[in-house]
Ligand binder design. Structure first.
Ligand SMILES: [Mg+2]
Ligand SMILES: [Zn+2]
Length: 252
């Protein structure tokens, strides 16, 4: 059955998807490459969000001020075509588009960048790890799922801090809206869980040559991936896809 698309949801992973770099790694590459090296050495031993939190404490102990981190975030690569793409999508009268960010980065990194690009208001919600500046200028970061409390039971391989599939479903419940089409823009292996929950009329815009592409090719068919898959390398191609989306979807 063919259906007119009246409402659509676009879900963005942040690092290497909406943004053209990885926030957690970038700030240390800019401000303290030796700490970046240390993270690389420890990443198989320490849970990633905990490792970023610990490295932020080390950076702070060296006297690096809050403004340095904010400055590094503002100069992080962010493709102008992506800014245009989402502004145009939101401005179009039909279909009506809701934008949602689902990320393993953190609230401060993301809000700092969105404010700098003046696109904060375009997004309905940002689900990510909580973070806040304390009065001494330390960025305090925590896992979205507290390690001391109940854990998610995802079997697809999401990191302990968050199951992106569960978070996507929880967002859809909160919205109480029937979306005719969901488009998921992602690149990482942890974007595989949420796209398994998408339907036939939905679409993943998968960044090429990264973890998600590998998982789709190895596990997609076995795990019953139903949505359409489109690959992209540069944000200009996401913009191009948004501009040429069909006005109807086949739901059966
Ligand atoms: Mg990513
Ligand atoms: Zn999961």
């Amino acid at each position: 059955m063919s259906k007119q698309v009246q409402k659509q949801l676009v879900v963005f992973d942040f690092d290497w998807s909406l943004a053209d770099q990885d926030t957690d790694r970038w700030i240390f590459e800019v401000l303290a490459p030796d700490l970046r090296r240390k993270m690389k050495n420890l990443k198989d031993e320490v849970q990633w969000t905990d490792l970023v939190a610990q490295t932020l404490r080390e950076l702070h102990a060296r006297g690096s001020p809050r403004g340095d981190i904010e400055g590094a975030l503002r100069v992080m690569p962010f493709h102008p075509a992506m800014v245009r793409a989402i502004k145009d999508l939101k401005a179009a009268t039909a279909p009506e588009t809701t934008l949602f960010i689902l990320s393993n980065s953190n609230a401060i990194f993301i809000s700092t960048i969105l404010e700098d690009k003046k696109i904060t208001d375009l997004f309905t919600e940002v689900v990510t790890n909580p973070a806040e500046w304390d009065s001494s200028g330390l960025l305090k970061l925590r896992r979205r799922i507290d390690p001391a409390g109940p854990q998610h039971d995802c079997k697809v391989g999401c990191s302990p801090n968050m199951c992106k599939g569960d978070e996507l479903e929880a967002f859809l419940k909160r919205q109480q809206t029937e979306y005719d089409r969901i488009i998921y823009v992602g690149d990482g292996s942890n974007d595989f869980c949420p796209i398994l929950r998408l339907r036939k009329q939905d679409m993943v815009l998968c960044r090429a040559y990264r973890g998600l592409e590998k998982r789709i090719s190895k596990e997609g068919e076995r795990d019953g991936l139903k949505c359409q898959v489109k690959y992209w390398a540069g944000a200009w191609e996401v913009e191009e896809t948004f501009k040429s989306l069909p006005s109807t979807v086949d739901t059966v």
